[in-house]
Design a protein around this ligand. Structure first.
Ligand code: HEC
Length: 122
């Protein structure tokens, strides 16, 4: 449950793996966060997007529970009109690609891994 823009419990019951999370973040078939977000730590990767804000220092702007809520269901935290996808919610709106219908974009472990990675961005 997202309460007050926060989701404090790990989706897997365990902490994520930041090294795997960094790969999922950059993987175009998975998180594809890089399509919309740059950050200095991944400056060597091609095709950085700038639709979303740079994620440098994001762990100082938000606490862990808020970052988890943004990943799970961005619309609940950032507003219904955000372009930021909801990575762990079944209903992603009318533009949901067919292959994602009835599925979340990332699984619980991938969400926790990405979270473990982005909380290192200080
Ligand atoms: C289609 C583009 C897009 C993709 C893909 C995307 N985001 Fe975003 N994201 C945004 C936008 C745009 C915002 C800014 C919120 C707004 O303006 O609505 C945002 C905001 C955020 C924020 C809050 C940042 C801040 O400083 O306010 C975080 C954290 C974040 N995204 C993480 C991620 C992660 C991690 C991924 C990959 C799992 C990802 N995003 C994928 C577009 C995207």
């Amino acid at each position: 449950m997202i309460d007050d823009g926060k989701f404090s419990k790990s989706l897997t019951g365990a902490a994520g793996d930041a090294v795997k999370g960094k790969k999922t973040f950059a993987n175009r078939k998975l998180g594809n966060c890089l399509a919309c977000h740059i950050n200095q730590d991944l400056a060597d990767q091609p095709f950085h997007g700038e639709i979303g804000p740079a994620l440098d220092g994001v762990a100082e702007r938000y606490d862990e529970a808020t970052l988890r809520a943004i990943l799970i269901d961005s619309k609940k935290v950032l507003g219904e009109d955000t372009m930021m996808p909801s990575f762990y919610r079944l209903k992603n709106g009318f533009r949901t690609q067919k292959k994602f219908l009835g599925k979340t974009i990332l699984n619980a472990e991938q969400v926790e891994d990405i979270l473990a990675y982005i909380i290192t961005l200080k």
